[in-house]
Every structure is written in structure tokens, then in C-alpha cells.
Design a protein around this ligand. Structure first.
Ligand code: ATP
Length: 139
């Protein structure tokens, strides 16, 4: 498949536990090129906007509270087959079900504090990347 892009966040739990370096190391060793990178945070309002698709779910308030609880790292990554390969690298949403050696297996504690986000489609990767980065902030 042609070179394409995905969007990721290192979530507040992984940032607070000091895993930024180890996670970025795994990401680059897996062949992803970092084309934009930002240490930032989400207000509750912005977290709600980012996860609007889950607004009707029972876990939405907890998700918004958690995602606005501390700093995050946002990044746009490039690789062939980026969406699928990145989701393989991070493992299942619930770390208890994530394959051994995946980022969530190594660094996540629970289904809400699950260390990283990865886009689920090319279309969402574009939307999510645009949510954090202007065109002049990326390579
Ligand atoms: N049943 C649940 N209970 C608590 N939190 C959940 C639950 N399901 C999902 N979440 C949280 O909402 C986030 C978004 O859910 P989604 O189904 O899009 O999972 P995902 O695509 O694997 O995760 P992400 O979008 O963060 O990469 C999850 O990463 C998780 O933190």
C-alpha cells in the first residue's frame, strides 16, 4: 500500500508515567517517520470535541475527564500502510487483551488509561491531524 499517515496521541497516563521516550522509540523503530510532534494538553471542551463520536457512550464523561487530566503528546506519523500497522503496534483498546510486546501491553494499565491513541481510518487521521496541527507545523 502507498505511503500514508496516521495520527497518534500519547495519553496523560503514559506521559505522567514517563513513557514518552520509550513509546516514540518503539514507533520510530517500527518504521514510522514523525512528520509533526507536539507536547500539549486538551481542555475538557477540546477533549469532548476530539471524541465527539463517543458522546452518547456511558464512558464519555470519564474519557473526557481522563484525556484532559494532564499533558499529552500529539503526532502525525508516516509509513506505508500506516493506519493498520500502527494499530497492530499499539495493540487492542483493552490492554488486558493487547498482544505481548505491543505498546498498550507494555505501557497501559486499563481500558481508559490505555497509553496511546491511533486513528482508525485515513479519513479520521486527516481530521485528527488537522485538529492539532496547522499545515506549517508538519513536514
Ligand atoms: N468500554 C470502555 N470503557 C472505558 N473506556 C473506553 C471503553 N471503550 C473505549 N474506551 C476509551 O475510549 C477510547 C476510544 O475508544 P475507541 O473505541 O475509539 O478505541 P480505540 O480506537 O482503540 O482507541 P483510541 O481511539 O484511543 O485509539 C479508548 O481508547 C478508551 O480509552
Amino acid at each position: 500500500m502507498a505511503n500514508n499517515r496516521t495520527f497518534t496521541m500519547i495519553k496523560p497516563d503514559a506521559v505522567a508515567n514517563g513513557h514518552i521516550g520509550a513509546i516514540l522509540d518503539q514507533v520510530t523503530k517500527a518504521g514510522f517517520k514523525i512528520v509533526a510532534l507536539k507536547y500539549t494538553s486538551l481542555s475538557a471542551e477540546k477533549a469532548g470535541e476530539f471524541y465527539a463520536v463517543h458522546a452518547e457512550r456511558g464512558f464519555f464523561a470519564d474519557l473526557v475527564g481522563f484525556m484532559s487530566s494532564g499533558p499529552i503528546v500529539a503526532a502525525i506519523l508516516e509509513k506505508d500502510n500506516a493506519i493498520e500497522d500502527f494499530r497492530k503496534l499499539i495493540g487492542a483498546t483493552d490492554p488486558a487483551k493487547a498482544d505481548k510486546g505491543t505498546i498498550r501491553n507494555l505501557f497501559a494499565k486499563s481500558i481508559d488509561a490505555n497509553a496511546v491513541h491511533g486513528s482508525d481510518s485515513d479519513e479520521n487521521a486527516e481530521i485528527e491531524g488537522n485538529f492539532f496541527f496547522s499545515s506549517f507545523e508538519r513536514f
